[in-house]
Design a protein around this ligand. Sequence first.
Ligand SMILES: Nc1ncnc2c1ncn2[C@@H]1O[C@H](COP(=O)(O)OP(=O)(O)OP(=O)(O)O)[C@@H](O)[C@H]1O
Ligand SMILES: [Mg+2]
Length: 251
Amino acid sequence: MAQAHGSDSLVVIDHVNKHYGELHVLKDITTTVARGEVVVVIGPSGSGKSTLCRAINRLETIDDGTITIDGVQLPEEGPGLAKLRADVGMVFQSFNLFAHKTVLENVTLGPIKVRGLSKKDADARGMKLLNRVGVGNQAQKMPSQLSGGQQQRVAIARTLAMEPKLILLDEPTSALDPEMINEVLDVMVDLAKDGMTMLVVTHEMGFARKAANRVLFMAEGSIVEEAAPEQFFTNPQTPRAKDFLSKILTH
Ligand SMILES: Nc1ncnc2c1ncn2[C@@H]1O[C@H](COP(=O)(O)OP(=O)(O)OP(=O)(O)O)[C@@H](O)[C@H]1O
Ligand SMILES: [Mg+2]
């Protein structure tokens, strides 16, 4: 964990708690994500992984503790919040593309509206990003004309177009047919190699092994283990992690 506590922490999560009514969904979560680090979050259903992601870009409020991004504590409301959301990209399981806009328009809308780019510059940058994720030839189509894997790569390009400091990906491949998973994972591995800071909820161990600096194992709202991927997958320390891995490894 030493690298994550260096002076160049991009995300600092400090003693964060959250409840949904009686349910204590995040229990005293403390961790950091260093600039350029790739953290994979893994854990059973209901352990709080999505809630943690959503708290980091303030789609969910927290009860106590603090979350700081690049030295700025998450604001409650107001223009600071919009700025923060623009700095923290999020890619969901469901691609959430705008159905009535072309693929290219999906990627240029944010940069034009939020970042103030001209249409010409946004188009040029958008095409570059679509090519980077391998769907440049789909730019003028509507999202529904693309496969799930292609749509998810467009969603990643759309996020990149905002030049975020950090990208949160919440099970980005779990809604995809098996043959499309790798094309999305390959894009994510490339991003990781490029130095993008990423927090990825996924059970894709191939990705974790190839691209993650650290695996964070959650159960029942707590971080139960934090380790390098190889160490976590080959030598989990806690019974809960061992039990979880034995279940996902037998798939
Ligand atoms: N809006 C909500 N209101 C009440 N309870 C919620 C809400 N969202 C999530 N929960 C509960 O909080 C707990 C954590 O949910 P969360 O979605 O963060 O889990 P997860 O680890 O992402 O699970 P999964 O692997 O199934 O996606 C679950 O028990 C869930 O039922
Ligand atoms: Mg989830």
